[in-house]
Design a protein around this ligand. Structure first.
Ligand SMILES: NC(=O)c1ccc[n+]([C@@H]2O[C@H](COP(=O)([O-])OP(=O)(O)OC[C@H]3O[C@@H](n4cnc5c(N)ncnc54)[C@H](OP(=O)(O)O)[C@@H]3O)[C@@H](O)[C@H]2O)c1
Length: 260
């Protein structure tokens, strides 16, 4: 049982990672509110569901009412409009709905999110939009942690020792970049919410051979804090000044600071 039970809005709670987050968060004593376009009945104690669509700001008020924290594990599979409107736009809309209240934020994106010239990003712009979502979170003023997981469940049975990396230097675009169990992604997202050392930090999350650590605090404490709008060591290959005007305007709206 956590010493600080939180009410957590879980964006993407019906998804393949979100289900593990619900398990990890309730195990830690937190209350979970799952946002979904079509939520079923929650039957687990401490878990509620709320209907909302990330692409429609007007539906998100009940989702954010009274929350202490938000975990984002949502995502789309498909073309650029989905990455723009859901992966990025969903973060923008939820942060806007939260307004001036201070909440703890944990955002899941992906290892390789700063790779722009690979075929995946060139066709989908998925990385570009996820990186813009990261920047919104960093600019939001909320205490946050950004987790960029490796390839989901590509780990072998004995690969559970967690490694927190920075700089997004693994850029092959396949599982050689790193692997991680879905359940361990959830563990890290939930632990980040109550870790003082995790605030203001971005990490790539992979697992190597060995047992899982029980205490994640030394791993969070070993990370370098973020530098302004990017993670430490991230390639400077998406300058804010070159971003589309609407993206700059949305960043400025959250920070109150001009980007050009
Ligand atoms: N596969 C990998 O190895 C890997 C590695 C790193 C990162 N990733 C990233 O992980 C993400 C996928 O995670 P996952 O497997 O957990 O996803 P998933 O199982 O496909 O679930 C997607 C979630 O997003 C929610 N969602 C989508 N559109 C929404 C909308 N308009 N309004 C509200 N909720 C919406 C869905 O909720 P409802 O449908 O209930 O509304 C669902 O809970 C992708 O973005 C991918 O880039 C994947």
């Amino acid at each position: 049982m956590s010493t600080t039970p939180l009410t957590i809005l879980l964006v993407g709670g019906t998804g393949s990672i979100g289900r593990h987050v619900t398990t990890a968060a309730t195990r830690a004593g937190h209350r979970v509110r799952i946002l979904s376009r079509t939520p079923g009945e929650a039957s687990t104690p401490g878990v509620d569901t709320v209907t909302g669509d990330l692409t429609d700001q007007s539906t998100l008020g009940p989702a954010v009412d009274g929350i202490d924290a938000v975990i984002f594990t949502h995502g789309t599979h498909g073309g650029e409009a989905g990455y723009r409107d859901v992966d990025y736009g969903g973060v923008r809309n939820v942060l806007t709905a939260i307004g001036g209240e201070q909440v703890r934020v944990a955002l899941m994106t992906a290892i390789g999110v700063t790779v722009r010239d690979g075929s995946y990003n060139r066709s989908s712009k998925a990385h570009d939009w996820k990186r813009r979502a990261e920047r919104l979170v960093r600019a939001s003023g909320h205490p946050y942690t950004i987790v960029r997981p490796g390839w989901f469940d590509y780990n072998d049975a004995d690969q559970h020792q967690l490694h927190f990396l920075q700089g997004d230097t693994r850029r092959a675009g396949n599982a050689s970049d790193g692997v991680i169990a879905r359940s361990q992604i959830a563990d890290v997202l939930v632990a980040a919410l109550t870790s003082p050392a995790a605030a203001g930090k971005t990490l790539e999350l992979v697992a190597e051979r060995g047992p899982a650590q029980t205490d994640l605090e030394p791993l969070f404490a070993g990370l370098t804090p973020d530098v302004e709008l990017d993670g430490p060591g991230d390639q400077d290959n998406q300058p804010v000044a070159d971003e589309p005007a609407v993206v700059r305007a949305e960043l400025e709206h959250l920070t109150g600071i001009a980007t050009a």
